[in-house]
Design a protein around this ligand. Structure first.
Ligand SMILES: Cc1cc2nc3c(=O)[nH]c(=O)nc-3n(C[C@H](O)[C@H](O)[C@H](O)COP(=O)(O)OP(=O)(O)OC[C@H]3O[C@@H](n4cnc5c(N)ncnc54)[C@H](O)[C@@H]3O)c2cc1C
Length: 596
């Protein structure tokens, strides 16, 4: 498994913007081991046998059914996926965890309940718990004897989580914390036994606590009436001087934000991985229907505009999947090369790759939303009817852009983290921007035209990175430490960053497949050509919008001329490519690059 990055520079979060990777540096689905593939099949069977038959009852909130099914996942060892072996867990590697998120997403309500328990409801104890807390909770969480969840949001504090009003004060006898306040939107809160709750000690110091369901003064509100993921539980929580033992403080007083945000980094990546599964699933459903349905004496899949949809769904899914498995491989390699205290180091690794986690979340949720929307369109009127599966999938997908940090917040995080790392000298963005400035001043270079397969895309990738440096450099020069207030510019920069990561991950995977004479290598190269072609247009547009807000007159004219030069790329017959990709989808009624 070639996941070990070639250099320290390449190993840093966000380094893809300045470093040159090669195909061997990038993990792809073709690198999955036999055991990991077997895990994927086991998960598919588990979901198909134990969960899917119950979807109608789950959607109607049949009392006790969801917790029963989550516990069933415990019987086959899935609930301890992220828990170390000494506490009864399976301590799965990051790539296997990615497979779990992908495969269980075929029914999003189940994935959300599973993720609340094994992810955000468990990660805080694994990484920040004391030895006593780990011994008390983790074996029971791994076995499904206790179900857990994560309570950060409040009615007045969602994105602005640190504005929480829930308070914790020490009881007069010094033995308990007394919690008062309200939490909102808590996934699986209706049936969980253990709650990771965030509250401010003395109304000031943001901290985290483990709260047991039976705590006096703690109560759980009624289920919310939601647009989607209706099979999952979402409730408010109420605390009225709820007394929890003093030893249930998690981590340190005033350090709750470290627990909250690092846990969210892990959750964001998993959300992106689950969207890969969702996108593959809806593509298969859309493909089958496009063959069954006839209009004007033809199967609708024969129409160019329907093929274009299936082709584009597969293209976007390929790019997302390439990014997700690349990131999983990078994180796994970093954890594997960490010292002996892997648990402590894993948290640092999650922080290191916060940029890639936010990218996974945003691209994952927007790719899935795109795919479900097009699937509804392919189903026509039947796509708008609840008797057909795409209506629920359309509703279920929408939440992904909202929770685990909205996509607006995650776009801000991407640029904020990049700039922070650049200023700290961790990422050499500033020297790279200065070098680009010199290059542009020197005028056009008469480079050899690219040669060989995907050489044009390789060139575009290098140019896309320069476009980011051009736009980001201009933005930092103009606004300096006030750039965060210019959110539209920050959003445009984040969009460029995401497309750069998508192009590079897609390209490296296709190159790796070609080098291994993979059976899908030619089609993959096609996909990369069409994806890169479109992505370069998007990147140019985002950069143009940002530059026009940053300069005017001669300066703007010069910058736009440089942009045009950098964004130049040879035309690609993207229509023919989408048709070929759609034909590959239709041939098997499935995403054509699975496991490749
Ligand atoms: C079904 C469901 C399940 C959930 N599960 C959980 C859970 O298990 N645990 C938990 O703690 N929370 C959970 N949440 C809460 C979720 O994380 C929040 O809804 C989310 O963080 C957004 O917060 P908000 O709803 O208060 O929206 P707001 O923060 O009010 O945001 C409203 C809009 O303003 C934008 N906005 C806010 N601040 C900024 C800014 N600085 N710049 C630009 N735009 C901004 C947002 O992007 C959004 O578009 C869940 C929510 C839902 C709906």
């Amino acid at each position: 498994m070639a996941t070990t990055p070639v250099s320290q520079e390449l190993n840093r979060g966000g380094a893809f913007l300045v470093a040159t990777s090669s195909a061997e540096d990038v993990f792809t689905p073709a690198d999955l081991t036999d055991d990991q593939r077997l895990l994927g099949r086991t998960l598919e069977e588990f979901l198909a046998k134990e969960v899917v038959p119950h979807i109608p009852e789950l959607e109607k909130h049949k009392e006790g059914l969801m917790p029963e099914l989550v516990r069933k996942a415990g019987e086959v060892g899935l609930l301890g996926a992220g828990i170390p072996e000494q506490y009864g867990g399976a301590a799965l590697d990051k790539i296997s965890m990615t497979i779990v998120s992908e495969k269980l997403s075929a029914y999003p309500s189940f994935m959300v309940a599973f993720g609340a328990h094994t992810g955000i409801g468990t990660v805080p104890i694994v990484y920040f718990g004391t030895e006593a807390q780990k011994q008390k909770y983790l074996p029971k969480i791994a076995a499904g004897e206790l179900l857990s969840c994560y309570a950060l949001s409040e009615p007045q504090a969602g994105s602005d989580a640190l504005a929480a009003r829930t308070r914790a004060v020490l009881s007069p006898d010094g033995k308990s914390w007394l919690l008062s306040g309200q939490k909102m939107w808590i996934t699986s809160g209706g049936f969980s036994d253990v709650f990771i709750v965030f509250a401010k000690v003395d109304g000031e110091k943001f901290s985290s606590f483990i709260v047991d369901r039976k705590t006096p003064g703690f109560s759980v509100g009624a289920e919310e009436n939601k647009m989607g993921i209706r099979g999952s539980s979402t409730v408010p929580l109420f605390f009225e001087n709820a007394a929890i033992p003093k030893e249930n403080l998690l981590h340190e007083i005033g350090r709750g934000h470290i627990v909250a945000f690092n846990t969210l980094n892990a959750g964001r990546f998993s959300l992106g991985a689950s969207c890969v599964g969702g996108a593959k699933n809806i593509l298969a459903i859309a493909s089958k229907y496009a063959k069954e349905r006839t209009a004007f004496g033809k199967q609708i899949c024969e129409f160019g505009l329907i093929k274009a949809k299936l082709g584009e769904m597969a293209l976007k899914t390929y790019a997302l999947e390439s990014m997700i498995y690349r990131t999983a491989g990078t994180i796994e390699a970093a954890v594997a090369s960490a010292g002996t205290d892997k648990v402590a180091q894993a948290m640092q690794v999650l922080e290191e790759y916060a940029i890639e986690s936010s990218i996974s979340k945003v691209v994952g949720s927007e790719t899935l939303d795109y795919c479900v929307d097009e699937a509804v369109q392919i189903f026509g009127g039947y796509g708008f009817h609840e008797d057909y599966p795409v209506a629920r999938m359309y509703r279920d997908s929408r939440i992904n852009r909202i929770f685990e940090g909205t996509n607006e917040i995650n776009r801000l995080v991407i640029i904020q983290m990049l700039l922070k790392r650049a200023m700290a000298g961790v990422l050499p963005l500033i020297p790279a921007a200065m070098k680009l400035g010199e290059e542009l001043l020197a005028g056009p270079s008469f480079e050899e035209p690219p040669a060989g397969p995907l050489a044009e895309e390789e060139r575009s990738l290098a140019q896309a990175k320069k476009i980011f440096l051009l736009a980001a450099g201009a933005a930092v020069q103009k606004f300096r430490d006030q750039l965060a207030n210019e959110q539209e510019i920050v959003g445009a920069l984040a969009n460029i960053v995401m497309d750069v990561y998508a192009i590079e991950s897609s390209l490296r995977r296709a190159q790796k497949s070609a080098a291994a004479s993979g059976s899908s290598a030619a089609l993959m190269s096609d996909v990369v050509r069409a994806f890169t072609y479109d992505a370069m247009d998007r990147i140019e547009k985002e950069a143009r919008t940002a530059l026009a807000a940053l300069a005017d007159g001669d300066t703007l004219t010069t910058q736009l001329a440089a942009l045009r030069r950098l964004a130049k790329h040879a035309p690609v017959d993207a229509i023919a490519i989408r048709r070929r990709v759609a034909d590959a989808v239709l041939a098997q009624d499935r995403y054509p690059f699975d496991g490749r």
